[in-house]
Structure formats: C-alpha cells, structure tokens
Design a protein around this ligand. Structure first.
Ligand SMILES: Cc1cc2nc3c(=O)[nH]c(=O)nc-3n(C[C@H](O)[C@H](O)[C@H](O)COP(=O)(O)OP(=O)(O)OC[C@H]3O[C@@H](n4cnc5c(N)ncnc54)[C@H](O)[C@@H]3O)c2cc1C
Length: 466
C-alpha cells in the first residue's frame, strides 16, 4: 500500500484550518503547526468565566457568508448562532444619529446629511446590488476586474458631497476596518455596498473559533509549535518548529500550506529559490500593509449604553476614539445573582492605537478612559476595565491594485509551497477560508503546476465604470 501524502499547514487560523479540511478530504495526512495555545488565529476570542457567555471578541458574520453557513449546517451549529441588531450610531461633532445599513427607512431619515446625499447613497447601493454576483467581497479573482486603481474615497466623491461621504460611507467602512477610505481600493467598498442590502448579522454564542476547530478535525494538531524554518530539498519540504518547552524538532513533508500573516509568510520563505516561490508572490507577501488594532473592553451597567450598538465617529479626521461596540452579557453580583451588563469595546483611532500599543495595559486603560468620552460623552465614569486585546497585524489593507495582484499570485501558486490568508482579499473570516480552500486545491488537483485562476488585469468598462 502506498503511503499517504503528508502536508504541513503552518498557522491554524481560519485560512489554515479551512485548507486542512480540504486536504484531509483529499486523503492527505495533515499536520497543523500553530504558534498559539488554540486554533482560530485572529478569529479566536479571549474567554472569561465571570461573564456569560464567556466570550470576549466575537466576530460578526452575515447571511451572505456562504462557506460559513455551509460549515454551520454540516457541523450542526445552528444553535450557536446569535442574531445581532445592526445598530450603527454615527457621531458627528458630538451629535449622534442612527444609521442601520440594512434599513431603507433609517437611511431616508438619517439626519447628518441632506436628501441629495441620501438619495445618492441609495442609488449607488442599488446599482452595486445589481452586480452582486460579480462584486464578491470574499473573492479577489472576481474583484480583480473592478480594481482599476480608484480609491474608495474617489469612488465615494462621484456620487456624494464631502459631507455625505464623511457621514455615510466613511463611517460604515472605517469603523469596521479601521483603515482610511483614501488608502483602499474602490472595489472593496463597491463589493461591500453590493452585499449588505437585506443582510442579517450574527455572532457565534461561544466564539468563531469553533469553525476553525471543527474544520481541523482529523489533522494532527500541534499547538504552541512555532515554525522557525522552512526549506525545500529534493522537492521535499523540511520544517523546523519550536515547541512550548523551547525544543526544536525537524520534520519532512511532501508539501506545505503557509497560512500565517503575510510578514511571517515572507520571512519563513525568504530563502527559497524563485522556482519554488516566484518573484510576484514574494513581492505580494513583502508589500502587504496591515492596520494594527487595540480593543480595550469595559464592563458597564446595562442601562448606561445603547445595546448591540456600533458607535462610530464621522468625519475625515483621525479621531481619538474611532468605535465603541456594546455586547450584552450576564454577570454574577456579590450575592451570586445574575445581572445584565454591557461589555463595551473601545477602539482608539489610528494614531492613538499606534501610540498606545507601546504602553502597559494599565497605561492603555488610563489613556483610553480619558479619550473615550471624546466620542461618547456619556461613557460611564465607573466603567470597570475588563480585558485588552492587542493585534499589531490586525487588518490587511486592500490598497488599490491589490486585488489584481492577488488574483495573479493565486494563479501562480504551485506545489510544494502554497500560501493562504485573509491578505489575499481583506480581513474577513470567510475570505480567509476561501483562500485556504484555494491553496489546498493547488496541492490536490492533478495540474499542480498549472496556473488555473489567473484573472484579467484590466477592468471591463461596463462593470467597473460604476
Ligand atoms: C479586531 C478584528 C476584528 C475583526 N472582525 C471581524 C468580523 O467581525 N468578521 C469577520 O468575518 N472578520 C473579522 N476580522 C477578520 C478575521 O479575524 C480575519 O480575516 C481572519 O481571522 C484571518 O484568518 P487567517 O487564517 O488568514 O489569519 P490568522 O487568523 O492571523 O491566522 C494565522 C495563524 O498563524 C499562526 N502563526 C503565525 N506565525 C506562526 C508560525 N511561525 N508558526 C506557527 N503558527 C504561526 C498564528 O498564531 C495564527 O493562529 C477581524 C479581525 C480583527 C483583527
């Protein structure tokens, strides 16, 4: 009997675990090397037993996440779903106004902008919705033809006044992804607009990592194993990993999916020759820019904050605090009674995030507590500091032209070293999973060396004119 092919997956995030599932399905023996103590990567939450549910950062997903819903049904996780209200409150110069991205009524009565901008925004959204199939926010191969070098800001200014842009599109994009509209491709915003109408929003009751964990079933999972070296000799992949006890072990595989962030992937594969990792792929990895994220959470009295709300800053300036998100939680009081509270996540603005990243948690709390009332003056003074999550490489930026580059690199990937990660598209768990599935296909399909999904590099005029 011939031996099963062995594939290593470096990184047990949403991309790596999605790749592992496909590889196992194809009959491979799969080893996942994960540097952290659990699977899920950036989709993995912290958990604290004082709150119920115990989950902290809980990623949102929507009814248009196709792979996610396929997995939910396959694993019978329907009872884990919690539908969230999409309650966006835009604060302009201290004035709050509600803007529900899935409600026509809310848009038409939105008081921060004039009627002309509201109509312009609605018309633009409807126009993009008609292109929904092509403007697939998860798939860089489909988005590439729309990525004509235009920025999201340039696109917005075609149909909105500056005020309309700063109070409608900008807060919707920048509060969720933290980047500036001036720095990202219009294709991303157009795809977002195309999908969002009528969407429902969900979280998993106990955190999104459940999907990574279920996808990885059947693999040999090596947690707290950081890969430190990757070499290819005689067509075989040599991997060295350091375990939690500081010991290094080397192992040989037939091939590998590198499913880390782009800077780690670039570093691990830097010494490989061009016939293994070509110049375009290398350049793609080395040039990926990330926005950092710092989420500072507090427990607050339930009635002191709006519930399930995204409170976001309007305007073109980089504010001290960009976003506050509130999730309801149960907490036991001193008598052991269950009390309703809000877990309030505060995200400082871009410059403040960079400044605070270098500080101790105590300083981060002190500074964030000082800054938060600039966005929400009623933020309770007795808020209880709870947990901080630091992500230096949080949000890969889809700069103009990046989707075209990504589609080209996807087409160029081949055994024995392939790559996966959300940086092929944008920071969305569904997109990360798609990248993992694509990478696995490159190793399992017969034409391993044949580029299969090279995308057009020029925009079709009718679709991209939008
Ligand atoms: C603050 C924040 C909020 C977000 N909100 C949402 C949301 O609401 N909805 C949504 O869909 N998406 C959201 N995202 C995006 C989502 O988290 C990511 O797109 C997705 O988790 C990326 O998965 P990945 O597998 O590509 O990368 P990662 O999750 O980064 O996985 C890479 C893995 O590789 C491991 N690793 C790194 N180096 C090594 C090494 N040398 N050896 C072994 N292992 C290694 C890491 O520990 C990690 O587990 C959010 C992201 C952030 C940061």
């Amino acid at each position: 009997m011939s031996q099963r092919e062995r594939t290593a997956v470096i990184g047990g995030g949403m991309a790596g675990c999605a790749a592992a599932k496909e590889l196992i399905k194809a009959g491979r023996e799969v080893v996942i090397f994960e540097a952290a103590a659990g699977l899920g990567g950036r989709a993995r939450s912290w958990h604290r037993s004082e709150i119920e549910p115990s989950v902290g950062i809980n990623l949102w997903f929507t009814s248009f996440y196709k792979l996610m819903f396929e997995r939910i049904h396959e694993y019978g996780l329907e009872d884990q779903l919690v539908e969230m209200s999409n309650n966006v409150i835009v604060v302009d110069n201290g004035q709050p106004a509600e803007l529900l991205s899935d409600s026509l009524r809310s848009l038409l009565t939105y008081k921060h902008v004039g009627l002309r901008d509201r109509i312009g925004f609605l018309t633009g959204t409807l126009k993009e919705t008609r292109l929904r199939k092509q403007l697939d926010i998860f798939d860089p191969v489909k988005l590439a033809p729309f990525d004509d070098g235009t920025t999201a800001a340039e696109y917005a200014r075609k149909s909105l006044s500056q005020r309309g842009f700063d109070n409608l599109l900008r807060p919707e994009i920048e509060s969720f992804w933290l980047w500036r509209c001036e720095d990202v491709s219009a294709a991303h915003v157009r795809a977002m607009q195309a999908q969002v109408a009528g969407a429902k929003f969900y979280v998993f009751r106990n955190g999104m990592e459940v999907i990574a964990e279920r996808n990885a079933e059947g693999a040999d999972i090596r947690l707290e194993h950081e890969v430190t070296d990757l070499q290819v000799t005689g067509g075989r992949v040599h991997i060295t990993a350091r375990s939690a006890d500081g010991e290094s072990h080397a192992e040989i595989f037939d091939d590998v999916v590198v499913a880390t962030t782009a800077p780690v992937a670039a570093k691990l594969t830097a010494a490989l020759p061009n016939d293994i990792v070509g110049r375009d792929t290398r350049e793609f990895l080395e040039t990926q820019v990330y926005e950092p994220a710092l989420s500072v959470s507090y427990l607050v009295d339930f009635s002191s904050m709006p519930s399930e709300a995204h409170i976001v800053a309007a305007g073109a300036d980089d504010p001290p605090v960009k976003t506050i998100i509130t999730f309801p939680r149960k907490v036991k009081d001193a008598q052991g009674r269950s009390v309703d509270k809000h877990l309030a996540f505060v995200y400082p603005g871009r410059a403040e995030t960079r400044r605070l990243l270098a500080m101790s948690p105590e300083e981060q709390y002190a500074e964030t507590t000082r800054l938060v009332t600039k966005l929400w003056p009623d933020f309770p003074a007795d808020a209880e500091p709870f947990e901080i999550a630091v992500r230096p490489h949080a949000m890969p930026l889809p700069a103009p032209g990046r989707y075209r580059m990504s589609a080209r690199v996807i087409g160029l990937q081949h055994a024995p070293v392939v790559f996966a990660g959300d940086y092929f598209t944008a920071p969305i768990s569904e997109a990360a999973m798609l990248s993992g599935i694509r990478a696995a296909e490159k190793l399992t399909t017969a034409g391993k060396l044949t580029p299969t999904s090279a995308a057009p590099t020029t925009a079709p005029t009718s679709a991209a004119a939008g």
